[in-house]
Design a binder for this molecule. Structure first.
Ligand code: SR1
Ligand code: MG
Length: 424
């Protein structure tokens, strides 16, 4: 049997000779490797990303590195995350539909590389929101994407054995789960070595949050849920840097953190990133009033949740065929109301947990290792800290009070009052 070549990181210079014989790539961009133009564009925390353009077209080559790119070789990270990314993309495409994620052309497990569709003229959603662009379709596309992937990857839909085998497969993505378990739920709440924050401006509030017993208990309850509730295949890192957009299209990328976890995690992370975009607008105004953009972001939050709820409910009524909430107990005996009662219970617990996950995601992006450009690129540190402070307070409120909050109107009013300085 032919031995797979040992892993070697690609460079823009070596890529043409190393991948020039890969038919899945040459059939799309052409065989004349001498004419290929290769750019490394990876701006994430972990991987190499190349755009390769040839006479016939373009493609993306994404390759995992055996360490965390953001930190360096001192933090080793297994190459197998690329395997999980590939399998997650395949499942997301099957569950949410063709065109919701990039098309996959080729996967090389030994080289930890995926050749995929080059999305153009798409840009990263985070960048668009920082620029003040109001994308008309994101709420609808993302609300539907999360509803479909979360419902169809759960015991509400899958065959029990098939799902258990998949849970076992993705359980091996332990190192990436470990990153989230530490970086999201624990490190922000003590003086972890790799943490940073805008200092000295935030020193006071950071000390307060780290002394906040209710908040820390809540963060640990959420970590407990994250680590033990294998409900569905989650994307695992659904922030605004994991989404590419045009006015017409929305694509979800980068599911290397995928594993079977709680339904509410992806929704919470997604809405948290919209709230962070909201609280950071003051730092990007530069003469252009962002009131319209702020209103748009709050509307996106309401609409994303509403589309999620309505699509999830629709799937519940029309596609529920897994072992949970068996139709024989409800619809088949004329008790459609019982099924609706169960649906309300499930949606309510997703709602409550979603608020908690959103709160801690906001905190870790301001207090932990991996910060968001939304705040980071605000050069004036006083202004940045003012935006971050409002977001931190908001995050604390929704995490700690998540079981007592009834709706998004109430939370968005609070966001507005914090933003206007009516409450502090
Ligand atoms: C060490 S990796 C830091 C962060 O980057 C990824 O995008 C995830 O969000 C992770 O938490
Ligand atoms: Mg990523």
């Amino acid at each position: 049997m032919k031995q797979a070549a040992a892993f070697e990181a690609l460079t823009a210079e070596t890529l043409p000779s190393r991948l020039g014989g890969t038919e899945a790539l040459t059939s799309r961009i052409g065989t004349d490797t001498a004419g290929w133009r290769v750019r490394e564009v990876g701006d994430g925390n972990l991987n190499l990303v190349f755009i390769v353009e040839g006479a016939k077209g373009a493609a993306v080559v994404k390759q995992a590195l055996p360490y965390v790119r953001l930190v360096g070789e001192s933090w080793p990270l297994p190459l197998k995350r690329s395997f999980f990314e590939y399998h997650a993309l395949k499942r997301q495409e099957a569950r949410a539909g063709v065109g919701t994620v990039p098309a996959i052309y080729h996967f090389d497990e030994a080289q930890a590389l995926i050749v995929m569709e080059y999305l153009s003229p798409h840009i990263i959603l985070r960048k668009a929101l920082i620029e003040g662009r109001q994308l008309p379709k994101i709420a609808e596309d993302l609300g539907r994407f999360v509803a479909r992937t979360l419902f169809r990857g759960s015991d509400l839909s899958m065959k029990a054995r098939e799902r258990k085998e998949d849970v076992a497969l993705f359980a091996d993505n332990a190192e990436l789960c470990d990153i989230t378990e530490s970086l999201v739920f624990t490190d922000p709440y003590y003086e972890a070595e790799l943490n940073s924050h805008t200092s000295p401006q935030l020193d006071g509030i950071v000390a307060e949050l780290r002394a906040d017993r209710d908040l820390k208990v809540e963060a640990q309850r959420l970590k407990h849920l994250f680590a033990s509730s294998a409900e569905t295949l989650v994307h695992g890192d659904l922030h605004s840097g994991s989404i590419m957009v045009t006015d017409e299209e929305t694509r979800v990328i980068d599911p290397e953190f995928a594993f079977y976890g709680p339904m509410a995690f992806d929704v919470g992370m997604l809405l948290a990133n919209f709230w962070m975009a909201y609280f950071s607008q003051a730092g990007h105004e530069a003469g252009n009033d962002r009131a319209g953009m702020r209103a748009y972001l709050l509307e996106v939050i309401v609409d994303t949740w509403s589309v999620f709820r309505s699509e999830f409910s629709n799937l519940w009524r029309t596609e529920r065929s897994g072992m949970l909430y068996d139709r024989r107990l409800f619809e088949d005996r004329g008790d459609a109301l019982g099924s609706e009662q169960a649906l309300d219970r499930v949606l309510h617990s997703i709602w409550t947990d979603m608020l908690g996950f959103a709160g801690v995601e906001i905190h870790r992006r301001i207090l932990g290792l991996a910060h968001n450009a939304d705040f980071e690129i605000i050069e004036d540190k006083d202004l940045r800290a003012a935006c971050e402070t409002r977001a931190l307070k908001f995050g604390r409120h929704i995490a700690v009070n998540r079981e007592r909050i009834h709706g998004l109107d109430e939370i968005n009013v609070l966001a507005g009052r914090l933003e206007k300085g009516i409450v502090s």
